[in-house]
Write a protein that binds this ligand. Structure first.
Ligand code: AMP
Length: 213
């Protein structure tokens, strides 16, 4: 299965993508996670990306496409893309990469969540800098406050989750990423909209249902 998860920041792409990947035996490819890892390791790419990320702006398309090309070539069992593509240029670049690899997308899943809920979700978000697990202090807290259930590391707030940066990320989403829904609606890949304003398990079940042939 080869999927794209589209939706605003905080819509649940990371959480739902991880569940899909586990349940379907495919790879979750999150460009945000890859970039944060590069920032953590202090690579050249990480240093370049950090100033865009901290400002809530998008990292340049060529940087992102180079990164994704490498990963997709290795994702033989299938993949779910979380946070990519985010611009028309990236969507066209993805089409080229898929052509080169001789593979097709199975579906685009759009997670629909209203803005006021998004702001609430993001303010409660805590993530693990070691294994990228994501929690929410209101809806999905870890067993022990501030500690990752999976690997025991101390949880952190993402530097780009402050109110001003979130507002900018939402603006960028509306202007640059939301038009991709229309782009894929005109393509041969089916687009499935799912109401993301429910419990994690209910949203996951709705996605699975939407993906049934
Ligand atoms: P995310 O974890 O998907 O919310 O991404 C966090 C930040 O990483 C974004 O606000 C962007 O600055 C950057 N980023 C992640 N994915 C992309 C992408 N596909 N294109 C451009 N920038 C990205």
């Amino acid at each position: 299965m080869r999927l794209i998860l589209l939706g605003a920041p905080g819509a649940g792409k990371g959480t739902q993508g991880a569940l899909l990947a586990k349940g379907m035996g495919i790879q979750k490819v999150s460009t945000g996670d890859l970039l944060r890892e590069a920032v953590r390791r202090g690579t050249e790419l990480g240093l370049e990306a950090k100033r865009f990320m901290d400002a809530g702006e998008l990292v340049p398309d060529d940087v992102i496409l180079g990164m994704v090309r490498e990963v997709l070539a290795e994702a033989k069992a299938g993949f779910v893309l979380d946070g990519f593509p985010r611009t028309l240029e990236q969507a066209r670049g993805l089409d080229e990469i898929l052509d080169e690899l001789g593979i097709d997308l199975d579906a685009v899943v759009v997670l629909d969540v209203p803005d006021d809920e998004i702001v609430k979700r993001i303010s409660g978000r805590r993530s693990c800098p070691e294994c990228n697990a994501v929690y929410n202090v209101y809806f999905d807290p870890p067993a022990h406050a501030g500690i990752c259930d999976r690997c025991g590391a101390a949880l952190v707030e993402r530097p780009d989750d402050d109110a001003a940066t979130v507002a900018r990320r939402l603006e960028v989403y509306r202007a640059q990423t939301e038009p991709l829904i229309e782009f894929y609606a005109r393509s041969e890949t089916p687009v499935r909209k799912v109401d993301g304003l429910r419990d994690v398990d209910e949203v996951q079940a709705a996605i699975r249902e939407a993906l049934r042939p």
